[in-house]
Design a binder for this molecule. Sequence first.
Ligand SMILES: NC(=O)c1ccc[n+]([C@@H]2O[C@H](COP(=O)([O-])OP(=O)(O)OC[C@H]3O[C@@H](n4cnc5c(N)ncnc54)[C@H](OP(=O)(O)O)[C@@H]3O)[C@@H](O)[C@H]2O)c1
Length: 417
Amino acid sequence: MIHSWRGQRKYMLNEYKILTVTHKHVRLERIGDFLITHSTDEELKTKLANLKDKFNLEELLYISTCNRVIYLYKSSRELNLNFLEQFFQTVNPTLSTDYIQRIITGYEGKEAINHFYEVAASIDSLVVGEREILRQIREGFNRCNQWNLVGDGIRLLMKHVVEASKEVYAQTRIGEKQISVVSLAIRKLLESNISKEARILLVGAGQTNSLVSKFLVKYEFKNITVFNRSIEKAEKLAARFDSNAFLLTDLESYSEGFDCMIVCTGATKAIIKTPLYKKINGTDTTEKLIVDLSIPNNVARNVVEDFNINYIEIEDLKQLAEQNLAFRKKEVGKAKSLLVQQINEFQKVFQQRQITKALQNVPSEIKAIKQKAMNEVFKKDLDALDDNTKALFEKMMTYMEKKCISVPMKAAKELIA
Ligand SMILES: NC(=O)c1ccc[n+]([C@@H]2O[C@H](COP(=O)([O-])OP(=O)(O)OC[C@H]3O[C@@H](n4cnc5c(N)ncnc54)[C@H](OP(=O)(O)O)[C@@H]3O)[C@@H](O)[C@H]2O)c1
């Protein structure tokens, strides 16, 4: 469903557009349908570049976090249902028109800018005030910037969004108490009364499981085995527990048994499927605790349904997150007021940038007019003059050239001020 469809023409901000799916409107597992599936960064880069070319987007920023996916782009093309359908059927050809229209939220112009500021300042997060979101946005931006998918417009926006988010964290208490998706997941894990001696398999060794591991150390869990696609990161995490590290591919031959599995990788498809789970679990029928922090979920749904599993996923953390929101509601109001000022500031800077761009050719164009006047249009008349008059004439033309350049520049400065 399209929740927001408002746009505004002012200063061409309307070229900024966002297509998004967030925890606010769908169960988190649905977000996976709208992600770009990929096995390597190279594949993601190619798919994003193709998307940008196919829809003739000026710039494209792709951000996928644990509670949303964002396609932020710049284009003068109208954002309508037809575009939505074509865009997401390119992302995922199995999606139906009806499903796309029901799930996607579109923002344009000032609405898109507002939304992006609120996301980065963590006002719109599952766990309001969680700083992880800014890190994830920056990482997404750095990647798209490196891949030449974004240009001046999104770079400018990003710079201001980061500054505004820092301002919100500094001026409000929104980020106090350091609550995060990971800390809430750990709270749930502890509530399950799992023993400190439990055999825990940590699957994935990225930023999130690195945070998880800090909590595991804090709560004195000792029996941890780490699996990851690349061995270096697995070894780094395992060193925190003085434990063993393996490649993800070794998981199927792992026969030591386990009590708990914490799964969190960047894989865009389930990696713990029935055949693999059967191999790891063997004939053990006792209940296992599985914490799946990946979006999309990395543990296949039928594994959760068919085996004796106490399953914790990010979706289950919503209720805990809402209690956290109640605590921070007052701060959200303050943060929004701060953002209004910051967004107005961005609008001014954006306008300034547009005018600068529009005027950047003025000096060379006026110079060219002067040259043409002297070397072509009035050449014969000038040649008929004596040297002194000619020099005076040229001096006057140079004076006029400078003045003609300064008039629009001055007018633009007054307009922006
Ligand atoms: N950051 C948060 O606060 C947060 C919270 C909850 C959930 N999440 C979710 O957690 C997931 C991972 O996020 P992250 O911040 O930890 O990412 P990250 O730092 O980029 O780490 C990604 C991890 O996943 C592995 N990986 C990537 N693609 C893979 C694939 N196709 N197959 C197997 N392993 C793969 C990587 O292995 P290599 O080391 O070999 O690259 C790395 O260990 C995402 O779904 C994210 O939405 C994040």
